[in-house]
Design a protein around this ligand. Sequence first.
Ligand SMILES: Cc1ncc(COP(=O)(O)O)c(C=O)c1O
Length: 402
Amino acid sequence: MEFSRRTDWDLRATQWAEELEKRRASGARIIDLTASNPTRCGFRYEPSQVLSPLVSPTALLYRPDPRGSLKARQAISRYYAARGCEVDVSRLLMTASTSEAYSYLFRLLANPGDEILIAQPSYPLLDFLAQLDDVRLTPYGLLYDHGWQIDLEGLRHQLNSRRTTGQGSRIKAIALVHPNNPTGHYTRSAERAALESICREYDLALIVDEVFLDYPFSAPESSFAAGEHAVPTFVLSGVSKIAALPQMKVAWIAAFGPDRERTAALDRLEVIADTFLSTSAPVECALPGWLEGGEGLRKQIRERTQRNLAALDGVLAGSAGGGHPPVNRLHVEAGWYAVLRVPAIAGDEQIALELLTRRGVAVHPGEFFGFSEPGRLVVSLLPSEEEFLEGVRLLIEEIGRQ
Ligand SMILES: Cc1ncc(COP(=O)(O)O)c(C=O)c1O
């Protein structure tokens, strides 16, 4: 039997993933600096806050609304109101995950073979999503120079050169993660204005993934739900990060932009959603409770990530010994991750593999997120403080030894 070409993946594990599996199977200790599942990082979840909202008699009645129940959408509206954004329930459509929300948007905006522009480095899940929806992802650069910024010149150049070769119309949208995973870069208001002007000029939509919006390290940036929207803009979020409940599977799309296009987009999205009806009644009933009670968990996570970041900086400063430190950290504004710059004496995956085999420390190689320069490792700031500190000490020792 022949399967579809879109599922023709190379499913062989990388050497690093194989080693990780081997260590897990043998029971060897792993200091996991890739941990990104908050339910397994020792945070205090209050059963009454998380589970009680699921037990609602309303959920005994199945009366699906393809956009999500009104009560759930009103709770999402209040989530934005608390962040200074007015988002009417008519602009909201619920999905089972942010990943699914991307997929709905790819199907709404792109024909097979069309392209979506995506910042690089970025979260790698999108590659699979795009493939499954027969969409191509075309990277545009995030540049690092005393902080991250979008390569707007490069982006314009890319679109211009497409236009002159007559291929421009295949690009349908610019996607960005605000703040970005793993770089922690916030799209600043000047960058937002420039992106909107590019979208207007080239007739593109904006897709903005804000799952990490509530985890700033310094002054937070506004949601793209705020302000005027000159172009069709789809803001995505969900409880997996903002309420630290990835197991609950609920997310949404908030649509903005010129009335005619926004309404038409929502009507079509409603048909896509109606085809799957993927959010469950108990979860819709529980969403208001999770959103309203989510601050306790967010606070725990913010405190943990801030302490781990400070601990990392302390160890890095201590390792300098008056000279150049072997490892330094790139500037980060928000999120759950830190990016380390290490000497590019080998490929990132090789460095990560050595760390795992020699020290039992798991980190993500930069290649995994599409960093264009070698010598980048990504560490999660979610692990317990003791584990994190031990892991970064071993990492620095090992890199310093090489
Ligand atoms: C930037 C970003 N968007 C979306 C997701 C997936 O979210 P969900 O669990 O809602 O599909 C992740 C998961 O790590 C992520 O990092």
